[in-house]
Ligand binder design. Structure first.
Ligand SMILES: Cc1cc2nc3c(=O)[nH]c(=O)nc-3n(C[C@H](O)[C@H](O)[C@H](O)COP(=O)(O)OP(=O)(O)OC[C@H]3O[C@@H](n4cnc5c(N)ncnc54)[C@H](O)[C@@H]3O)c2cc1C
Length: 458
């Protein structure tokens, strides 16, 4: 599938998950050559390490989809390479020979809780959502060697939205599952818990949270249940917005009823109380909602004692040195844009742009923006002309001895010289060889961890 496109452009994509694989596939199908750099062994991003592992069907479907896209003759997959650390971003853009770089690196940095000096408790009384979910999804693996957490009774979770409800569910299941096993010798697997809900399981076993001497967990949200972003309105009309609010409220209450956690609306964390060097309690500011806007009620606070605090207040794109940022988000040429500020050949798609979204949004954004990148940039002469101008400066170190020969080739054919393509192929091949990578399908087979559902079955 090598044609004129592939001879003119070589594209680097950072991140191989939902948006990265979508972009890579669209480009590869059009005949462009693509390298996907992925910091993990597997390219599945939040699907593997974010979605709690009871989403078996969703995970399997999405991962299969990513495999079908990335296992393409025009795509070279390079795992275990973190751009910004293993390869400096500036080097990738200027020296490797890529005409375009697309950031599809998602949002992996937890927002910091707005409480002064709270970070000193990280992993000692405070857990951020991304680390929690990584542990949760992998803790059953025999060679798991990451941080080990323990959910404590009375844990307070700060957050709102679907991910924080998953956090409540996983925490409550952990607590009740352990209590049933230790106190009543009843062993029920996670998938049964998730399907039936805690209330039903406790009823079936003629017990309750108080019988098991459990207090349960508490979710604190800064707005009300109606304001939780659990359901997107169909359109901007007042009626549709109101309907979505009703659904969000219903959904939240359904979760509370089935998984037996407490919900406290209208509280924002503002301070923490420390006792003997340990995190002891969180102080919350009371809020009120007026015309969909949130206001703090001055002087009105409440304090919750907690043995463990979990922060589930969302994620932001991880900073990569060499890229421009506007506060916490990547700085784009336009607010709704995909072109990274200060560059004409660096683009961003998926969660990497917004810091939030779901699978469908990430895929659609990847699809829409990649088609724009093709139509408005790759198929325009300007981008390649600009690359040519920079080319001498940026590439002469790599291919010094052939510089004259290459220049002639470029000038006459207006294509990327074979030497540049070879250079990319050699460099990526050596990265793959270093970790024993052979083919995409063999690598995936080798690196996919044992699944909890398979362990339970056996
Ligand atoms: C708890 C939880 C539950 C969720 N539940 C749902 C749900 O039920 N339904 C739904 O639709 N969505 C859900 N989502 C959201 C959904 O998983 C994400 O929106 C989607 O997977 C994001 O895809 P992405 O490709 O934009 O980003 P990611 O999946 O984050 O992919 C980014 C990729 O880039 C790689 N990467 C990052 N930095 C670098 C670097 N410097 N160098 C190289 N590689 C890098 C990462 O390893 C990753 O593979 C949930 C998310 C969470 C956290």
């Amino acid at each position: 599938m090598i044609d004129s496109h592939s001879k003119k452009h070589y594209i680097a994509i950072i991140g191989g998950s939902i948006s990265g694989s979508e972009a890579a596939f669209i480009l590869a199908e059009k005949g462009y050559r693509v390298v996907v750099f992925e910091m993990n062994e597997l390219p599945y991003g939040k699907i593997e390490d974010g979605l709690p592992n009871w989403h078996i069907n969703l995970r399997n479907k999405q991962e299969k989809n990513i495999d079908l896209k990335l296992d393409h003759p025009n795509i070279r997959y390079v795992p275990n390479v973190r751009i910004g650390e293993d390869i400096v971003f500036d080097d990738l853009v200027k020296n490797w020979g890529f005409t375009v770089v697309i950031l599809a690196n998602g949002a992996w940095k937890d927002r910091t809780l707005p409480i002064s000096d709270i970070s000193k408790f990280e992993n000692f009384g405070l857990i951020y959502q991304n680390s929690l979910l990584h542990w949760y999804n992998h803790k059953h693996e025999p060679n798991y060697n990451g941080i080990k957490y323990e959910i404590k009774d009375g844990t307070v979770v700060i957050g709102g939205g679907l991910a924080s409800l998953d956090v409540m569910k996983l925490g409550m299941i952990e607590l009740v599952q352990k209590a049933l096993l230790n106190q009543m010798k009843i062993d029920i697997d996670l998938f049964t818990f998730e399907k039936k809900g805690i209330l039903k399981i406790l009823n079936e076993n003629k017990t309750s949270l108080s019988d098991l001497k459990l207090e349960g967990m508490t979710l604190v949200y800064r707005r009300t249940a109606y304001d939780m972003p659990l359901k997107s309105p169909r359109n901007d009309t007042e009626e549709s917005i109101q309907k979505a609010k009703e659904v969000s409220n219903k959904l939240l209450n359904k979760y509370v009823d089935n998984f037996l956690f407490k919900f406290i609306p209208l509280g924002s964390p503002i301070d923490r109380i420390e006792k003997n060097g340990k995190l002891d309690a969180i102080v919350f500011q009371k809020n009120k909602m007026e015309k969909n806007k949130i206001f703090s009620i001055e002087g009105d606070t409440f304090t919750l004692k907690t043995p463990l605090l979990i922060s589930s207040i969302g994620s932001l794109p991880d900073r990569i040195s060499g890229l421009p940022y506007d506060g916490t988000t990547l700085k784009m040429r336009r607010n709704d844009g995909y072109v990274v500020f200060g560059f004409s050949n660096v683009f961003a798609i998926g969660n990497a742009v917004t810091g939030r979204g779901n699978i469908q949004e990430s895929k659609s954004h990847g699809n829409l923006m990649t088609n724009k990148i093709i139509d408005d940039h790759l198929e325009q002469e300007d981008l390649f002309e600009e690359w040519l101008v920079n080319y001498n400066e940026n590439l002469k170190n790599l291919v010094q001895e052939q510089i004259e020969e290459i220049n002639k080739e470029i000038e006459s054919k207006k294509i990327m010289p074979d030497k540049v393509i070879e250079n990319i192929l050699n460099k990526t091949k050596s990265l793959q060889e270093k970790i024993g990578y052979t083919t995409y399908s063999e690598w995936i087979k080798l690196k996919t961890p044992i699944r909890l559902e398979d362990m339970i079955k056996n």
